[in-house]
Design a protein around this ligand. Structure first.
Ligand code: FAD
Length: 140
């Protein structure tokens, strides 16, 4: 079956914090495991950057459900493409709270114009590579 990868960026509504991220991660892990979706979610400076991998139908369904979530807004699709293999296969959904990890600043700077996490300014390749490095730094 064809595998797809979807990457998007969105803005958290005011007041969203660590507890909400944990809540989203727990629900995502459960739902994604049930349908074979893997990925990574980065949250920092009130922005979400997420990658989802899986079948085209289930990635689409999941993304459509995520778009309805009132905890974020202004979602922008960065990439939706066919892939040969998964890059995030170890995680049904790993969430990283960027603001809690100052040691990630060099990784942010590597893919951005400054150390500030601002995924909306990243290209598709930059956001994928950034998430992939987060993935490598957060192995189970
Ligand atoms: P329930 O958890 O029962 O939720 C029912 C409804 O209530 C949904 O519309 C839900 O959006 C809303 N809701 C639930 N909790 C809250 C809350 N605290 N505040 C406001 N509304 C709420 N889900 C996945 O399955 N996989 C993912 O990878 C994934 N990634 C996400 C990334 C982001 C940035 C966000 C904001 C959400 C993500 N979610 C993800 C959650 C997703 O948006 C849905 O909330 C969830 O999938 C619904 O699960 P459910 O069908 O079991 O319904």
């Amino acid at each position: 079956m064809a595998l797809y990868r979807l990457i998007y960026v969105s803005q958290a509504i005011a007041g969203i914090g660590y507890a909400d991220l944990i809540d989203i991660m727990n629900k995502s892990e459960e739902n994604n495991r049930n349908v074979g979706i893997t990925g990574m979610l980065a949250f920092g400076d009130s922005m979400f950057l997420q990658v989802l991998e899986g079948s085209r139908q289930l990635v689409s369904q999941t993304y459509n459900r995520i778009l309805l979530d009132k905890r974020h807004t202004n979602a922008e699709l960065i990439e939706f493409s066919e892939i040969e293999y998964r890059n995030f296969g170890l995680w049904s959904m790993k969430a990283v709270h960027i603001d809690d990890h100052p040691e990630l600043k060099p990784t942010i700077l590597k893919y951005s114009s400054s150390e500030k996490f601002n995924p909306i300014s990243m290209t598709g390749k930059q956001s994928l590579n950034f998430l992939y490095e987060l993935n490598l730094q957060n192995q189970p």
